[in-house]
Design a protein around this ligand. Sequence first.
Ligand code: B3K
Ligand code: ZN
Length: 880
Amino acid sequence: MRTDTSQTIYRNDYTPPSYLVETVELGFDLDPARTIVANRMTMRRNPGSKRAGIELHGENIELVALRMNGKLLGKRDYRIDGRLLRIPNTPDDVTLEIETLTAPEKNTTLSGLYVSNGNFFTQCEAEGFRSITFFPDRPDVMAKFTVMLRADKEKYPVLLSNGNLVEEGELGDGRHFALWEDPFKKPSYLFALVAARLVCQEERFRLKDGRDALLQVWVEEGNLDKTDYAMQSLKNSIRWDEERFGLELDLDRFMIVAVGDFNMGAMENKGLNIFNTKFVLANPRVATDVDYAGIEAVVGHEYFHNWTGNRVTCRDWFQLSLKEGLTVFRDQEFSADMIGTDSGRAVTRIDQVRTLRQAQFPEDAGPMAHPVRPDSFVEINNFYTVTVYEKGAEVVRMIQTLVGREGFRKGMDLYFERHDGQAVTCDDFRAAMADANGRDLNQFERWYSQAGTPVVGAVGRYDAEAKTFDLTLSQSCPPTPGQTDKLPFHIPVAVGLLGADGNDMQLGQGGLKGATAVLELTEQSQTFSFTGVLEAPTPSMLRDFSAPVVLEYAYTDDELLHLFSHDSDPVNRWEAGQRLAMARLSRLAGALANGGKLDLDDTFIDAMRKILVDATLDPAFREQALLLPSETMIAEKMGVVNPQAIHAARQFVRACIGACLRAELTSQYHANLTPGQYSPDALSAGRRGLKNLALSYLAAAPDADGVNLAQAQFDGADNMTDRVAALVALIQARADAAPAALHDFYQDFKNEALVIDKWFSMQAAAPDTDVKAVRALMQHSAFNLKNPNRARSLVFSFCGGNPAQFHAIDGSGYAFWAEQVIALDAINPQVASRLARSMDRWRRYAPALQLNMKKALQQVASLKKLSNDVREVVSKALAN
Ligand code: B3K
Ligand code: ZN
């Protein structure tokens, strides 16, 4: 166990590895209780390093034998301290042979080599390879891998690893073997093996250069009817990367394998992507529109890593966003291009903004705030965050906004020309973008080094005589842990000006579109002048969410209504509606917290009505425009967070919408039915989305009509999207029929693990589900804390997705949280540490709640035996 090894690692302490590894030959004799791993590697002294001797990482493995250049080493020839094996006095060229033992069936961490439902899988990123064999387990050591797998043929008929299959055959005694060779150098975190009883859907796919690649999607036998969409998404991804970035698949074979026990979404191992079943398996009976979209995005994301991550990888883990931010940006663009319409693209953008506000802004304002390129960490697994991923993608997007789409492509080309086959830094990426475009991106570097969400304040001044409009933009950034003072960022602010007729004025300054100018805010405060402005404009700022900032401008309701009705930029049109809603929601939550009375103005309802019935707008856009900010987003706007008041305020507005717009909602419900065969395409999904949002508002209204409609939809649904939407509407409305519907749903889907996850999470987020009810659900025979998807579906959904109950005044939610963090930590520290994050924002709650939250945090922190993962999170939460 690693209880005494917690130590902060700093980016500035980076030193190159003392030795490089040329080739690695691994031999596995797979056995759940006792797997023997033989590792032969050829190494040579790194001319770029001043350090002597060889350093290998190793954890939770038993060393059986160690040979150097053919000679068996004795205990005095090397030292093992903590998690490092050191061999001093080594010649320039070394062949090491290492034999180790591990027990995969005992590995509940799901990192390294483990067993899931009787099959072997690996997960090596970030530092899992060191629990498979001793190795310089750092991404700047890239080697050529050859892998021999041996296992029982009956139990593990399928033996997979990275690259190409060289040979396979029988071994006698019921065992068989497979030999795999990866032609590309790679860091150890991209190693993978699978030994399993699985079946696959496969296809030959013609690449742009005329080669045929073999594509495979591997799943358990009963799931072969759920692989079509993943396969289609893979083919689309390959095509898209060829077309948009000129990047081809470099292997003859590309495999996706689904596993039910997995810590995150998926993993980009070279040629052998391993996926959480959640992001592979789909058919209309079991998967929702959101699930389908998730599969497309994650299949794309992992595939795109083949170039951004694998061919060019990270020098050290502080550079994680080099591959993650860039690859998220690429998968976002892929999903948008797959829809193809401007309006569809805008809807994906709105979703991205929502994720940022829901998760990244709070992270940036909390105790775990860190720059996109962190300066230090205790446990790297804690830094696979929305900041590194989603804010990292925003940073890449801003570069594209600054250099243009073609310029961005030029920068990508130069990046690969310079760095293919290397392990590099975020600075190298930025330099390629700057050099390819002759742009100075030095100040832009602050987006990588400074944490916190910048606030941009805007003030407009129209001069009717001079016909000018002056827009003064100023910026500031709140302090974050370890960074009190921030320097100004380089912020692209895309601006358009609307006339009284609702049309864009022509700015004549170039920019994103004809009527949009990209202002570059680089100082603390700058004034931009627009000339030839014939009337007082309504400014539409930060179009397409051109930077991950909070924009403050004293909009009047009239201006917001104007933008909500007319802005040519759909993201800002949506944004105006969110501002209108947020103003009301925070006022109501404040009133409720102080015992005030509730009311909602007709202006707001009328604005919602107008969008709802506007048939010129895509249903998917209308759904986004009518969706209220979440409880978490409202909480971010409150001085002192009162979760019950926020919940009640939002419920009140939902009920008002349901009651006041009953006729329109009902007619839109019927107008957006999707009869015929189910298809997950964006237009159909958008119609279902709008229809189901209408249903949820109708069910929130006090009369019974909405509930009856939900019941009818539940009974008649022929796809999971409609079934779940109806069930959620019944549950949220506390309908009498909800328990029976939940019962039937369980009976119908009890053999579909991913659907049972939904069954748990719907209940975890229900308004009446308190800690006692969650504990009762944990006793259900289908519950299993060891399975991350199941733990997330119930425990995480409650602690993170049911704020009004989780923050019960008596502190019972917090006590439950502490108990579950501790229980999970003994099983799987990475999952435990994610749950630990639900207390990040504890200082923002009312004093009585804070007291109980602090107690729960201290209870966890006081444990002697705690993983580095959880310890880092709780101690940062408690630090001043
Ligand atoms: N690179 C992996 C994440 C690994 C997480 C390790 N704790 C998946 C992805 O981002 O594609
Ligand atoms: Zn990734």
